[in-house]
Design a protein around this ligand. Structure first.
Ligand SMILES: NC(=O)c1ccc[n+]([C@@H]2O[C@H](COP(=O)([O-])OP(=O)(O)OC[C@H]3O[C@@H](n4cnc5c(N)ncnc54)[C@H](OP(=O)(O)O)[C@@H]3O)[C@@H](O)[C@H]2O)c1
Length: 254
């Protein structure tokens, strides 16, 4: 029988690793940051405009014994994402877990959608996740550990109710996931996307909760904590990569 070199299992624990969560001043990002802080990761909480919300979350985490720092960045600009990574790495060390969650979704019909709104949506929802991943992935590969999770939307599958700018920006994240995951899988780096739908207590609900609930097979909105728990499960599992996983109360497929 051919002898096989003993391979030591990689340390896949998230404990003590630096996790950057964009859009952590908002509903889903906050829930993901809290879930990661339960695993004793060092949490970089990125915000756009809501500095106070981000600082409050950082305080909540540090008050309960964790480590968290808030960082501001406009991810709609071409240099914002790169500057954000530089600031986080100067303060906390290399980003080992990236949750690219910040997003926008102004409800707009095809006929009324301006070029500016289309471009801005693509810049925040797709270009920024690409730039963030481009900046952190080489280091993750060199160190032999990394996690990248893009927060997409079920709208990428169904078209959704926000508009073509939003659905296409999120569908772009799925292609980005597949392109990056294949290249980095042998290096201990997973790349996945999570596609939620209609999550309560967020700034991105495209309508009234009661009316929206009636459209969901489980007849209720999702909870941010349910998304946070699933994100943590994906990030904790070294054998899940190249996947787009929905959390949508049964909306897709139907
Ligand atoms: N809620 C849902 O039902 C739902 C469904 C499917 C997918 N999603 C996705 O989930 C993600 C999180 O959204 P959410 O539902 O939690 O909504 P949210 O509460 O409105 O949070 C959005 C976050 O994105 C940040 N952001 C927006 N534009 C930014 C920019 N230019 N620069 C930096 N940060 C920016 C916001 O920061 P500031 O507020 O600090 O500016 C905020 O933290 C989004 O990608 C969204 O598309 C949500």
């Amino acid at each position: 029988m051919r002898s096989v070199d003993k391979v030591e299992p990689a340390d896949d624990s998230l404990r003590g690793r630096v996790a950057l969560i964009t859009g952590a001043s908002g509903g889903i990002g906050q829930a993901i940051a809290l879930a990661l802080s339960r695993e004793a990761t060092v949490v970089a909480i990125a915000y756009g405009n809501q500095r106070q919300a981000a600082q409050n979350l950082a305080k909540q985490i540090t008050d309960s014994g964790g480590r968290a720092v808030a960082f501001g960045a406009d991810l709609g600009t071409s240099d914002g994402p790169v500057q954000l990574i530089q600031e986080v790495e100067e303060k906390l060390g290399p980003v080992e877990i990236l949750v690219s969650n910040a997003g926008i979704g102004k409800v707009c019909k095809l006929e009324e959608l301006s070029v500016e709104d289309f471009d801005h949506t693509l810049a925040v929802n797709l270009r920024a996740p690409f730039l963030l991943a481009q900046k952190v992935l080489p280091g993750m590969g060199e160190r032999g550990f990394g996690r990248v999770l893009f927060i997409s939307s079920v709208a990428a599958f169904t078209g959704g109710i926000v508009g073509p700018h939003y659905a296409s920006s999120k569908a772009g994240l799925h292609g980005l996931t597949h392109s990056l995951a294949a290249r980095f899988a042998p290096l201990g780096v997973t790349v996945n996307a999570l596609a939620p739908a209609l999550i309560a207590n967020t700034g991105m609900l495209p309508g009234e909760p009661e009316e929206l609930s009636s459209k969901i097979p489980v007849h209720r909105l999702g909870k941010p904590g349910e998304v946070g728990d699933l994100a943590l499960a994906i990030l904790s599992n070294a054998y899940i990569t190249n996947q787009v996983i929905s959390i949508d109360g049964g909306i897709y497929p139907r």
